[in-house]
Ligand binder design. Structure first.
Ligand SMILES: Nc1ncnc2c1ncn2[C@@H]1O[C@H](COP(=O)(O)OP(=O)(O)OP(=O)(O)O)[C@@H](O)[C@H]1O
Length: 310
């Protein structure tokens, strides 16, 4: 186990930011720490890294107790913080070199690592730029380069794609996969569930400072009652007919989403056939009909009664 957190409690005055939070991370995985704004993701990371003190609990990293002075452990960790944290008075290259120098003494190796990090985030054309001249997406890339330049074994990325355009976002996600393929263990916090689904082998869902559930995406989806959703765009349908739809076998609920109706089924056979029979019997016409598997948002919704996205 590369990270083991037990019963972590962190208070900010009266506010309980972490409420007996648990987490385990195995070497080589990309684990997603997923939860709504304010659920405690950043606080958890900062406690694990000993950047914040905490009230109760135990944290082990690489099998050893983590303390503010655990320099040998810290050397093997990279942090890409949520807020871009670079020096405005240093150029792109000088920033990356500065962060590398915090961990790498050997001059030749330091130079090589800086070049490799620039290459990795594709900032070759911007090495002499000052951060204020970079777009939001490029600044995020610089932030990533500064966090990973010393080739850490364990990397924390705290919402690295917030406020970046789609192109930079894909670039960042591909980069994270590459870091993982090269051997780094990744802890990735986000409130974008699609990102977690695309990237992470295992997910911990957090809410109100606690870890609600953890598992692979398939395991999480198997935990909830909804096993299938059928989306139908009906032409002219009356409320009474919608209400009757709830008596089709295995239907849990029918929800309206814009022009569409989402019919949620629990596990059962012939769900689609039963729905088509109902449509025929009621003479209904539809513009579209397709089946969807439950999403992580459905898992979160069922566990907490609210949407993951704010
Ligand atoms: N320094 C602080 N002083 C007081 N309260 C704080 C402090 N830092 C965080 N909090 C509160 O603690 C809770 C957890 O915050 P945290 O930033 O860890 O959540 P998060 O899941 O990372 O949120 P986000 O997705 O918005 O980054 C929130 O209610 C937040 O307002």
């Amino acid at each position: 186990m590369i990270v083991k957190v037990n019963n972590l409690v962190k208070r900010y005055q009266d506010l309980i930011a972490l409420d007996h939070f648990d987490m385990e991370v195995e070497e080589g995985e990309i684990i997603g720490l997923l939860g709504p704004n304010g659920c405690g993701k950043t606080t958890a990371i900062n406690c694990i890294l000993s950047l914040l003190s905490y009230d109760k609990g135990e944290i082990k990293v690489f099998g050893e107790k983590m303390t503010p002075n655990s320099y040998d452990i810290k050397r093997q960790i990279g942090l890409v913080p949520q807020e871009v944290s670079v020096f405005e008075k240093l150029t792109v290259k000088e920033n990356i070199d500065y962060f590398c120098g915090l961990y790498i003494d050997d001059k030749k190796l330091r130079k090589q690592y800086v070049e490799e990090a620039i290459e990795f985030v594709d900032l070759k054309d911007y090495v002499k730029f000052y951060p204020k001249k970079l777009s939001g997406g490029l600044k995020r890339r610089l932030n990533i380069a500064c966090g990973i330049v010393h080739k850490p074994k364990l990397i924390f990325l705290d919402e690295p794609t917030v406020a970046v355009d789609a192109q930079s976002r894909n670039f960042i996600l591909d980069g994270i996969r590459k870091l993982n393929e090269e051997g780094s263990t990744i802890i990735y916090t986000t409130h974008y569930l699609e990102e977690a689904e695309m990237l992470c082998k295992r997910i911990i869902i957090m809410d109100k400072g606690r870890s609600l559930v953890s598992g692979t995406i398939e395991e999480l989806k198997a935990m909830i009652t909804t096993s299938e959703k059928i989306v139908v765009g009906f032409l002219d349908i009356e409320d009474e007919v919608i209400e009757n739809m709830k008596s089709i076998p295995h239907v849990i609920d029918v929800e309206r989403e814009g022009e569409d109706y989402i019919i949620k089924f629990e596990n059962g056979i012939n769900n689609l056939a039963n729905l088509l029979d109902f449509i025929k019997a009621n003479n209904l016409t539809y513009t579209k009909l397709h089946s969807q598997l439950p999403s992580l948002n459905d898992v979160f919704l069922e566990l907490t009664g609210k949407e993951l996205r704010d």
